[in-house]
Unconditional design. Structure first.
Length: 95
């Protein structure tokens, strides 16, 4: 599968129905100040969010978009439960 690095502006379908709840989370990532976050979407697209200052580089592989619903609705606990249920993965949880 080919992976592309896309900004949200380059991939408007990422923010379309039925996943409109992901919009605030992904738009907030466009404003990170430190480090870098790489997200592989369930569809196999790569989204990168890069801060203006040096910092850690986090990698997230989403297997299910509902992970963002869990994060938005239940915070850290929902995000952690989604990890335990293998709905997302990371190569380094400390980052």
């Amino acid at each position: 599968m080919t992976h592309h690095t896309l900004s949200l502006a380059q991939r408007p379908g990422i923010l379309s129905e039925p996943y409109h709840k992901r919009r605030p989370f992904l738009e907030a990532l466009e404003h990170i100040e430190h480090g870098r976050i790489t997200i592989i979407t369930p569809e196999g697209n790569t989204l990168e969010f890069i801060g203006s200052e040096i910092g850690p580089h986090a990698h997230l592989k989403l297997y299910d978009w509902r992970v963002l619903d869990d994060l938005i609705m239940h915070g850290e606990i929902g995000f952690a439960e989604a990890y335990v249920n293998v709905r997302w993965a990371s190569n380094d949880l400390a980052e």
